[in-house]
Design a protein around this ligand. Structure first.
Ligand code: NA7
Length: 571
């Protein structure tokens, strides 16, 4: 079904670019398109404030696992010099303060419309424009549609029978209320032990009368070793941001630390143990960087996995609980590796218990609590730390339709198919910031976001300069890219965690397909630059937009095809 401007007499706001989402991606994209390219642009944001993921993720212990000096925009030296983070990892409230500061500094608020939920975006082919509708009934028409909806923003509340009859309170960590939740004197059940659950359990346990953690898949975790930043370190960051950016742009994962050249079996067992101990003491995601082949070689990974399991057994005093927590079935870091503050130690508290729901699954939620196949647990509050319909969920929750009325849900019914994770064949002039098929969640997100925003900005500026009305990825280029994304994943151990959200395996019925690009950020940046330098290779560029795409220009093969070698280290 095609939308048309002429079909309606309702007011339609005309724009050059419409951006969905006011998190890291949407704010920077607005700044670039409005202030650098000179377009009329607007951001529509569902929340009542800016912050994206961090507006919603306010659960106890919510904190980023990227280090704060790297979890920031690097496009503005002035911003880098004036903003100071307080701790090694930024907490959710500080990130929201930072993004509000950015919105004010670059005068972005006048083009951000809060409390606006986009329900549909249809490409009106005859006008060559996107028609966007909000739940509130507003309509917009824009030449370019840019989704900045985040990868982890569609909360997954599992469909467990009986939830509607539960007499207590329940919350999902990704939709945490803005009024604080009081756990004092309450019996709390937490379902989920991913990065979120591992952050929230120790904090909930501090005030709850009792915390029951329902664990389906045991998980590795490395201590975060969060601390207040010294004045000396803050000064170092202010004075050396060029060097820090250079490191972030040289690593496959976009973090501000380098990855060792050393391989696991280059050293003997004693030296290896010492190396693991040093990185364990240092803490955080840096642990992954102690050897270059942890995600490429299963035998190498096994040594790290065994080290981390031995740490769980050391920390947790009850051997039966330790055994349940360390009975981990996937390679280290093949699922997103959590970092924590006192997670395993929390199970030494008298008011905390662990329930193995892999052995004894949850059967239903009752009015009074949770019933597993082994018994009933009375609860006042249930916390769902059950993750997200990652990467595709936020896009497919909107009714997006491209050329010939093709629904995105139809185009992606067997899994997401993108070109570069940035564009979708059949959806002209639409760009997906950190979309499936891009490095996104395998990297320090602001690095991936800045690269996407800057590429999209260059692309749109090029279209404007050359009077090109329409850009669309060719189906051939998309097919090749999807193949390359699969090859890149298969060159690593990442697909070996069969139940990971990287594969869509956490959502019943979701097609299994490894979604992020595992070839590393450096390689990916080179590919994107080569595509644009070669006149937007793999895209159709139509001068005359009306009607179906004309001659296929540059729609041959992408530069990625020549080599399938993947730099898998350190992801
Ligand atoms: P994750 O990593 O998807 O973890 C969700 C957890 O919830 C995980 O332990 C799941 O077990 C569990 N889960 C999910 N559905 C159910 C049901 N139906 N029953 C029981 N347990 C369930 O989400 P997070 O929010 O922790 O982290 C998401 C990302 O945010 C993280 O990777 C960082 O990038 C930031 P499973 O493992 O599926 O057996």
């Amino acid at each position: 079904m095609e939308s048309s401007l002429s079909e309606t007499t309702e007011t339609i706001t005309e724009l050059d670019a419409l951006i969905i989402g006011a998190g890291f991606a949407g704010l920077y994209q607005l700044h670039c398109l409005r202030d650098k390219v000179g377009l009329s642009a607007r951001v529509l944001e569902l929340g009542d404030g800016v912050g994206g993921t961090w507006y919603w993720n306010r659960y106890p212990g919510a904190r980023c696992d990227s280090e704060s000096h790297a979890y920031a925009y690097y496009f503005s030296s002035e911003l880098l010099e004036e903003w100071q983070w307080s701790e090694r990892y930024p907490g959710h409230a500080e990130i929201v303060r930072y993004l509000n500061h950015v919105a004010d500094k670059f005068d972005l608020r006048r083009d951000i419309q809060l409390g606006s939920c986009v329900v549909s975006a249809h490409f009106a082919e005859s006008e060559n424009r996107w028609i966007i509708t909000t739940e509130q009934g507003q309509r917009f028409s824009a030449t370019y549609l840019i989704t900045a909806v985040g990868c982890l923003s569609a909360a997954n509340v599992p469909n467990i029978p009986g939830l509607q009859d539960f007499k207590g309170e329940w919350y999902h960590t990704g939709l945490w209320p803005h009024d604080d939740v009081d756990f004092k004197g309450k019996r709390v059940g937490q379902i989920g032990t991913g990065s979120t659950g591992i952050q929230s359990a120790p904090v909930i346990a501090e005030t709850a009368d009792h915390l029951t953690v329902f664990q389906r898949t045991p998980n590795y975790s490395v201590p975060a070793r969060n601390h207040v930043l010294s004045e000396e370190f803050k000064r170092h960051c202010r004075e050396n941001h060029e060097e820090i950016r250079a490191v972030m742009h040289s690593t496959p994962n976009g973090h501000a630390f380098t990855i060792s050249d050393r391989k696991v079996f280059d050293v003997g067992p004693d030296e290896r143990r010492e190396i693991y101990e040093d990185y364990w003491e240092d803490g955080g995601l840096r642990f992954r960087s102690c050897f270059q082949d942890l995600l490429a070689d299963k035998a190498a990974n096994d040594t790290a996995a065994e080290f981390l399991k031995s740490k769980i057994r050391e920390i947790v005093k009850d051997p039966q609980v330790a055994a349940k927590l360390s009975n981990i079935d996937h390679p280290y870091a093949a699922k997103r590796p959590p970092i924590d503050t006192n997670y395993f130690d929390t199970f030494n508290r008298d008011n905390v218990s662990l329930v193995d729901i892999r052995a004894n699954p949850i059967e239903r939620i009752t009015p009074m609590g949770v019933e597993t196949s082994a018994g009933h647990h009375e609860l006042d509050i249930i916390v769902f730390a059950t993750g997200y319909d990652a990467m595709t969920g936020p896009l497919l929750n909107m009714d997006i339709r491209g050329r010939d009325g093709l629904p995105l849900r139809e185009a992606w019914k067997e899994g997401p198919r993108t070109y570069l994770g940035l564009t979708v064949s059949g959806f002209p002039n639409m760009f997906t910031i950190t979309g499936p098929g891009s490095p996104s969640v395998l990297t320090n997100m602001p690095v991936a976001i800045e690269q996407h925003v800057e590429w999209i900005t260059r692309c749109i500026a090029h279209l404007q300069d050359d009077g090109v009305k329409r850009i669309e990825a060719s189906a051939e280029a998309a097919d090749l890219w999807v193949g390359h994304v699969n090859d890149a994943a298969n060159a690593t151990l990442l697909p070996q965690a069969g139940h990971s959200w990287y594969l869509g395996a956490n959502i019943p019925g979701k097609p299994r397909m490894f979604m992020p690009y595992a070839g590393g950020m450096v390689r990916y940046r080179t590919i994107c630059d080569t595509v644009s330098d070669n006149g937007f290779e793999g895209f159709r560029l139509d001068e005359d937009a009306v009607g179906p795409p004309k001659a296929v220009q540059n729609a041959t093969v992408g530069p990625f095809v020549a080599s399938t070698t993947t730099n898998a280290t350190g992801i």
